[in-house]
Each structure stands twice: as C-alpha cells, then as structure tokens.
Design a protein around this ligand. Structure first.
Ligand code: CTP
Ligand code: MG
Length: 245
C-alpha cells in the first residue's frame, strides 16, 4: 500500500553482472569503455538523469562489487541520487532478484534497466516512470520491428531451419529497458515465477497481470555484438557535436 503522506519514490536496479560473451573476449561487458567511460557509468547516469530516480542499485559481476563501488565513487552523480552496489548471480533473473533484495521498504516504483543499454534518453525513462505512477503495474518501452520475424524449428548451427510461422509484423514490438513496475507486483513476480525468462515484464504477464507498452527509443538499443559498440560510439559523437561541446 502506498502511503500518501510521503513522496512517491522511484529506484532503478541495473543488472550489470553479465560477461558479455557475444561481445567477444575482454572485460565484463558493463565495464567496457564507450568514449573512455565504462558502459555501466553511462547507464547509471542515464537513470540518474531522471529527477524521479532517487536511488540506483547496481548489480555487479559476482567478484567485481568492490571495483564497481570504486568506479561509482569516482564518477559524479547528481546530489539527489544515492547508489548501492550488490554482487550478481548466474542469470540475469537472479541478478535482478539480488538487486530487488537490496531495495529499501519505501520504494514505490522500480525500474529495471540493462547496463548494456547505456544510451537510453531521459525522456524514455521519464515516460516509463510516469506510466507506473499513473497506475500501470508494469510498463515496457518498445519499438516496431524493421525486420520480418519468423518462427522456426531450431536445428544445429549451419543446418537450414524449417519455418513454422510468420507473425504479423505490425502486431510485434521489440522491447527495451528501463522496464517500470509497481514494486509489490515485481517482487511477487520474482517470488512466483521460477522458469527462465529474458525480461522482467514477462514474469508479470505470467501472474496474469496487464503489462503496457510506451514508445521506446532508437538510442535505447542493447550493446550485444561488436558492431553495437561502433553504433554506440557514433551516437555519443553525434551528441557531442549537437551539444557544440
Ligand atoms: N546480466 C546480469 N547477470 C547475469 C547475466 C546478465 O546482471 N548473470 C545483465 C547484463 O550485465 C546486461 C543485462 O543483464 O546488462 C542484459 O544481458 P545481456 O545483454 O545478455 O548481457 P550479457 O549476459 O553480459 O551478454 P551475453 O549474453 O552476450 O554474455
Ligand atoms: Mg546474456
């Protein structure tokens, strides 16, 4: 139950404990530099840029929590933003749950944001918070697809895969983060759903509750493969040029 006598509080949980296998050999993905600054710091700043966000919980690689704490100490955040660092787990889902465990009791709205989406604009963050604040239990930013999607019968790499179906593209959305939740709802979803999922909103769907979509943003793409690093650097260069330095 939200207590009307205190301000509405929003916290962001940032899972950053993945290795980044698809990005290739190197440091854990969240610690790789973009324009000289670790991807994780960009992601933390993107959350802290929203005036609604007063706490950021970073879920660090299991052995990397002290290093991540030092990194955050060394990079200034707005005065209004507190941060915590906790060690992560084997799966993204477990990492998010460990982050949720660290939340103080007075948090009303939780954003879950991939460290691997370092460049999400603040307007997208604010739109997600606003939709939760307006009463949605779960909110995801998403974009229409450029590619047609096929469902296949998976086969070992290199073997042709039979196509089973082609969902109507206009009905599909590619989902990004931050995903925003009523705190109680997300905690219940994480307590209830045990099978593997690739995003948090699908756990809320499994509870039979409504998830809604708000417009995502091109710059909220996930850094997954080496080419994504090139795109991220280009976005940062464009921002610098537009800022006129
Ligand atoms: N993540 C996490 N804990 C894990 C696995 C993933 O906190 N055990 C985080 C990643 O750090 C990332 C986000 O979940 O910010 C999205 O995951 P993904 O893009 O798949 O990152 P990785 O799992 O690191 O990459 P890969 O799957 O290529 O190894
Ligand atoms: Mg992964």
């Amino acid at each position: 139950m939200s207590d009307q006598s205190r301000p509405y509080r929003t916290a962001a949980v940032i899972p950053a404990a993945g290795r980044g296998v698809r990005l290739g050999p190197g440091a854990p993905k969240a610690l790789r530099a973009l324009s000289g600054t670790p991807m994780l710091i960009h992601a933390v700043r993107a959350m802290a840029a929203s005036r609604a966000v007063s706490l950021v919980v970073v879920v660090a690689p299991p052995e990397g929590a002290p290093e991540v704490k030092n990194l955050l100490d060394a990079h200034a955040l707005p005065e209004r933003t507190d941060y915590l660092v906790v060690p992560g787990g084997e799966s993204r889902q477990e990492s998010v749950r460990l982050g949720l465990d660290a939340l103080p009791d007075d948090v009303d709205c939780v954003l879950v944001h991939d460290a691997a989406r370092p460049l999400v604009p603040v307007d997208t963050v604010d739109a997600v918070v606003e939709a939760v604040r307006d009463g949605a239990l779960a909110v995801v930013p998403a974009l229409p697809l450029a590619d047609t999607v096929k469902r296949v019968e998976p086969r070992p790499a290199g073997e042709p895969e039979p196509v089973v179906a082609t969902p109507e593209r206009a009905l599909l959305r590619a989902v990004q983060t931050p995903q925003g939740f009523d705190r109680e709802t997300l905690l219940r979803a994480h307590e209830t759903v045990t099978e593997d999922v690739t995003d948090d909103a699908s756990m809320v769907e499994q509870l039979g509750l409504q998830v809604v979509v708000v417009p995502g943003h091109e710059e909220a793409f996930k850094v997954t493969r080496p080419l994504d690093l090139v795109l991220a650097e280009a976005v940062l260069a464009r921002r610098r040029a537009n800022d006129g330095f």
